[in-house]
Design a protein around this ligand. Sequence first.
Ligand code: GAL
Length: 802
Amino acid sequence: MQKKIPFNSDWLFKPCFDERDRQAAPREEEFERVDLPHTNKMLPYNYMDERDYQFVSCYAKWFELPHSAAGQDVFLDFEGVMLVARVYCNGCFVCEHLGGYTPFSARLTGVVKPGQQNWVVVEVDSTERPDIPPFGKTVDYLTYGGIYREVQLRFADTTRLEQVRLFSPDCMAERKTLRAECKVLARQACEATLLLRLHHKNGSASETRQIVLLPQGASTWPLALEKLADIELWQPDNPTLYQVEVELQAAEQTDLEVLRFGFRECRFTAEGFLLNGRLVRLLGLNRHQSFPYVGYAMPKRVQRRDAELLKNEAGINLVRCSHYPQSRHFLDRCDELGLMVIEEITGWQHIGDESWKQNSLCELEELIQRDINRPSVILWGVRINESQDDHDFYTRTNRLAHALDPTRQTGGTRYIRHSELLEDVYTYNDFSYDGGELVFRPQRESTGLENQVPTLVTESMGHMFPVKQCDNESRLAEHALRHLRVIDETLGRADLAGGVSWCAFDYNSHGSFGSGDKVCYHGVYDMFRNPKYAAAAYASQKPPKEGLVLTPITRGARGERDGCGMVPFTVLTNCDFVRVYKNGALVGDFYPDGTGYPHLPHPPVTVSHLLEAALPFGFSDEDTQAYRAFVAKQCPDGNLLYMGETECAYLKGLAERYSLQFIGLFGATIRMAGGWGEAEIELVLEGWLDGQLVRRLVMSEGESSAGLRLLPDDTALTLSGDTYDATRVVVQAVDERGNPRPYSQDCVEITVEGPAQLMGPARLPLWGGCGAVWVRTIGQAGTVQLRAEGLYHQTECIIEVE
Ligand code: GAL
């Protein structure tokens, strides 16, 4: 039986490597002690020098191997080392792995000594080596360095299960089949039993067994469970996963592999994307797996949280893992949540020479091998993102992907038009939208093909409209409206399977991209995973039962805008309508704009004026109506203050008719409609759904900063995982009602008391009124008290480590 032991704590690390490290036992005094995932260099949030992490470092670890491991194969399984790893054990070279995003196993058999102290050394080259994807040219992301994913120690019998592939060829049938392809390794030819078991939801199990004559070496055996009844399909709103076991029973050696499987059938067609026979519109965001300070080195819970945020909060159904294989933990959560995934090989625009291509093919194989059993993965991206056509290379990547996985289609992202279609799906980036009329080109303009083919837009927005969390209202609001327009187009275009926008989270990049501070502010969330308004453009499209959204995309202050007005403003919501009160008086009900956004399930609501429902002027019904229409016409341009002669003449006439002073009516009109001056405005927005008041939000111009808030994603962390645990804690400046204070200039210092540690600096400025820190466990249980101290306020929160 294979035994797997987490191998993540008590590593030794030094930021250099010399010849001696290959042969000699590590001298502890030269190293610092670290846990995995580990980044070779902590970086500042921005303005970092990316050369700081591009060096060769040394990781070492002492370990004892039990006597029982004698006669077994011993492996170290690495999940991800950036960028090249050379593994040595007890002074002997074991293996080299090129590429930072896929797993590999170092076979230590023969060089490790059971029953004794052993040491392993990993030489980690984190430089941008031009022979390995994505490098050769500058890429728009950073790759960081170190052993940034987990490692396990594994002892395996010499007769064992090497790999199990699961698939169901007839998911849509009433009674389904589960097939397993079991790759077995045998030390010598022998008879064995192979067993396939599926656990049903009602607690029962279906099982089949087969006696096989294993030849010496590797062989592959098919097993099948047929006519399985009452199997639930895996789908986004009900992502049913089944536990499947494969057992090998040979004379003295047995092995067991426990897997998860989802029954589902997916297919991109010229008419759209079919999931389990139903047309599903794909709406997604691209994800980079990077975080502030630690780069890629985040543990399980934090990786999983990204998937939760995208599926549960943003409400999208697809994520593209741009532009490389991402964390297994993130993908596990996608499987569990029903968040569909596009995975792709590493790269960015550049294709290298033949050995570079070999490395890429090798990565593709490792990627497919790792993730073939995931129901969430609906497409293999087999092109280097946005590269030029390369007939031979892409014929090879396609052939390899299809050979390894005949069940999934391939795609490959290009930006060039009329690119050669060697894949099953024409996936392409369309950055046409610049706020004008055109959102996405007609399919044929992109493909250059006569006939309609399966297509998916894999990127839009991004560099076309970068936005920082601390930008002013109009830019953040325009960003949200542009995403909304893209979503509308994505959902409405019959010639597309859907669209994936750029991107989920702001990310660090090289200086030739981004805002001059090595950050691309392209996210609908910032790098701390705090939402910009644009996140609500996605979230508000969710069915209300998946989470109510009522997000006004305004600071709610007259002086923020050019021209000093408050209206019109947009409310992103999945409520039926929004009722507005101003300073206690009812303004009216505002409804979604289905005309402007015909394809959105929940179009935005425009609050076009702030005139009270009951006007205090004594106008007749007719004049009231005309006056309202007049104000409504003035408001959309925000030009209340700038009334011309015609407008003034209208107001003068009205004033005369009702014996009012023109100047008084003029001023009242401006103020009542939400224009400049006098008393502070307090707005109440109510979200109504099915005749019920379901959300209420109060915003007031006059609010002072009332304090800070610490919001941990989790209030309990565990010591029982394979390595340290961590969670994010959001820091916010808020007013008395708990509304964010986006222009708070606070600078916060975080202190931690108890068994935990910050994963980054202890001081941070609040940008757009918010920020976040990540806190990790340090191997002891207890209560952790986190305190945030700003210039004027302080607050605390508690996290239990159990
Ligand atoms: C695309 C590219 C992405 C990112 C994006 C920025 O061309 O594929 O990686 O750079 O532009 O908008």
